[in-house]
Design a binder for this molecule. Structure first.
Ligand code: ADP
Ligand code: MG
Length: 704
């Protein structure tokens, strides 16, 4: 890209020192190029003006433009709570405009009796349409604005930034930044590739993504920019694979030894399913090739992934290596540790645990044992990736519930050795292989597509509060039968305080309605001390507590086979994959299990569809598909993207499947002809590959 793109963003008209600092702090934008890479996430049609009466709650509009005359203004409240409100109307209805800040400035601008073009985000307060901090211009100003296609980009922003730079302000500085470009943006793709895939050039694409000249050009611009991102990733993944296959530096596990055999033949608590056996075989084959294994194990909730992990780790230990398993939560790590100790009793094998909550002694045992080689298997949480965890001879790494970890965290674990250990990542979120690779990098995929025998499908029901008494009766009956019950509350950052209140209110109500000594209720959530959490989990696991009230911390992995009922409160607030994970906590023993989804009466169409889907099927793969269909950028996406290896600005691998497939082919054919991307016409591609590549352990110079 040209020189201008590297210039400090503060020199763009309308930015200056203060806003430049804010842009950097809030969005990481430092240069003109960064600013032009800040892309709109949606567009609004500025030629469309809504009659106020049409802006209803049901219409679910995110931004509206209305044309209305000011009736009167008012000041409400005092001091910091002071507000400035303006009532305006058009022929169809009234709107209230509100300012909490910058009142002095706006009151000067507003003239009662005059007509304005007003733009903002509709909200409804006691049924009245309200726009907070809208943008205003007089009709004269609006009419003098030069007409474009009418589509104006809305840019992602943060609360702090929007206060200093509104929707329109952001748009204006992007316009100003563009005006600075004196030459065309450099084109990274060879002409032949652009022609073959019908791509517009990069300069055109940037222009139209910011200032769409037509709907069609906007679409072409989006396609082009997505193409570049996904192509960059594909080039990276495929090169990386070639490099991995060229290296031949994988540890060898040729021996099936004493521990593996004794466990397999004498200690297995139950016969393995066919699918479990197949995956173990795949892992055994991988670990005798001399290549480093990079395998993703997908298997629905409850399909028995842990056992596969354990058996694979025994294989490593038998061959003289250490192994570790990293779980996303303290609870889950403790559970793995306990069950490994139980299952491995009598075998010459030493297991230790290390978590953030480990006390001094536990920590010392783990750290010293791992460094000296006394410990064979280390179970833990994120604590495993701390620098002071030094393995003597780490040969095998398992990562449980993979999507919970960021890429950095994962990568740090496998750079602990000179020679990379074999890696098994396990997830219950089913995704197609191409997509998995795009998200997680170069890997092979195994699937457990079979549940252990004797499982009865969980019955799922959806109730509202009206049915609560009946639900309580049902829970009591189950507890009388000797079973246990989970009651789970949502917890999200944005509404944390309220969510905790719901949880503790719920806990109190249940403790009252299910009185001691007949019923024992335990509680477990993130704000409790680790020791208290552990005690609650222990009570529940050992059957001392009948009911466990918890936040979704129990979502992943917890295994209490005697629990048969999962009650999910405010179920409409959970995504499908989360609901499915939660439901997977029951149905683990031989007894009929139930999942009860509690929700309010009023539900959005989407929430209703989610709850209905849950009642209809227990198949995780189908639910994941449905989720994609329902929301496009749905919950599956959210969880996937959070663990994603690459920082994508526009492409969404779960939605842009077609582009993904195309770029995969494109990358393969380019690399086939020029594996090192050494040709002059491939220099742009080389830069693209660099930009979308994880940088931890790749040395592309080895490819030839
Ligand atoms: P997930 O794949 O969700 O991690 P787990 O590994 O926690 O599932 O296994 C779920 C439950 O199934 C556990 O109680 C485990 O002991 C049990 N299990 C695993 N494999 C088998 C099997 N082959 N036969 C019967 N039960 C099994
Ligand atoms: Mg699990």
């Amino acid at each position: 890209m040209g020189q201008v793109l590297h210039n400090d963003v503060k020199f763009v008209a309308g930015v200056g020192e203060a806003r430049a600092r804010l842009l950097e702090r809030e969005l990481g934008i430092r240069t003109v190029g960064d600013l032009l890479n800040h892309l709109p996430f949606r567009y609004i049609d500025r030629t469309r003006i809504y009659p106020i009466a049409e802006v209803t709650e049901a219409a679910q509009l995110t931004y509206v433009q209305i044309r209305a005359r000011i009736l009167h203004v008012a000041y409400i409240g005092e001091g910091r709570k002071k507000r400035f409100t303006v009532t305006a109307q058009d022929g169809s209805g009234r709107v209230e405009l509100v300012w909490f800040q910058g009142i002095k400035w706006i009151e000067k601008k507003i003239e009662v009796g005059r007509e304005y073009l007003i733009f903002g985000r509709p909200a409804f307060y006691r049924g009245v349409l309200q726009l907070a901090h809208p943008e205003l211009e007089t009709m004269e100003q609006a009419l003098s604005r030069k007409a474009e296609s009418g589509m104006q980009g809305i840019y992602p922003s943060t609360e702090r930034l929007s206060a200093a730079l509104g929707t329109k302000g952001m748009y204006r500085i992007i316009c100003n930044a563009w005006a600075l470009l004196r030459e065309r943006i450099e084109e990274p793709l060879p002409a032949s590739l652009r022609e073959q895939y019908g791509l517009i050039d990069l300069h055109e694409a940037y222009y139209n993504i910011h200032f769409p000249q037509s709907a069609q050009l906007l679409q072409q611009a989006q396609y082009r920019l997505k193409f570049d991102e996904l192509l960059g990733i594909q080039l990276g993944i495929q090169s990386r694979r070639t490099a991995r296959m060229a290296r031949q530096n994988g540890f060898l596990f040729p021996k099936v030894g004493e521990r593996f055999n004794t466990f397999y033949n004498e200690l297995l608590p139950f016969p393995l399913t066919g699918a479990q056996k197949r995956v173990i075989k795949e892992i055994r084959q991988d670990t005798v090739t001399g290549y480093q294994m990079n395998r993703l194990l997908q298997g629905d909730v409850g399909s028995g992934k842990t056992l596969v992990a354990l058996i694979s780790m025994l294989l490593a230990v038998d061959n003289g290596f250490q192994a570790c398993i990293m779980a996303p939560t303290e609870i889950l790590a403790r559970q793995h540790f306990a069950s490994f100790q139980r299952m491995l009793q009598g075998l010459p094998i030493r297991v230790a645990i290390l978590t953030g909550a480990s006390k001094a002694k536990e920590r010392r045992t783990a750290l010293e044992g791992i460094a000296s080689g006394d410990i064979d298997i280390l179970v833990g949480t994120h604590a495993l990736i701390e620098d002071r965890v030094q393995f003597q001879n780490l040969g095998f790494v398992v990562i449980d519930e993979q999507h919970r970890f960021g890429v950095e965290q994962r990568a740090r674990l496998w750079t602990k050795n000179q020679q990379p250990p074999h890696i098994l990542v396990m997830t219950a979120t089913p995704i197609p292989r191409t997509l998995a690779m795009t998200l997680y990098g170069d890997l092979d995929v195994s699937v457990i597509d079979e549940l252990p025998p004797g499982r009865r499908p969980i019955q799922t029901f959806h109730y509202t509060d009206a049915a609560r008494l009946r639900l309580w009766g049902f829970l009591k009956k189950q507890i009388k039968l000797g079973r246990q019950v989970y009651v789970v509350y949502p917890l999200i950052q944005e509404s944390e305080a309220m969510d905790y209140k719901d949880l503790t209110d719920g806990y109190e109500a249940i403790s009252r309605d299910f009185p001691l000594p007949e019923y024992v209720t335990a509680i477990c959530h993130g704000k409790m001390k680790p020791a208290d959490k552990e005690e609650s989990m222990r009570q529940f696991k050992e059957g001392e507590a009948h009911i466990l009230v918890a936040t979704s911390v129990i979502e992943v992995g917890v295994d209490v086979p005697n629990a048969t009922v999962m009650v999910i409160e405010s179920a409409e607030r959970f995504g499908l994959s989360q609901l499915h994970q939660l439901r997977g906590r029951v149905g683990r023993g031989g007894e009929q299990s139930y999942c009860i989804l509690m929700s309010g009466e009023k539900l959005s169409r989407e929430s209703r569809a989610r709850l209905e889907a849950m009642c209809e099927t227990t198949d995780g793969f189908r639910l994941a598909e449905l989720d994609l269909k329902l929301r496009g950028a749905g919950d599956v996406n959210g969880t996937l993207q959070s663990g994603m290896a690459f920082d994508l600005k526009i492409a969404n691998p779960t939605r842009d499947v077609q582009i993904l497939t195309v770029t995969r082919e494109a990358a393969a054919s380019v690399l086939e002809a020029d594996p090192a991307l050494a040709r002059p016409e491939h220099q742009g591609l080389k830069v693209l590959r660099e930009r979308f590549t994880e940088h931890h352990d790749i040395d592309f110079s080895q490819i030839s």
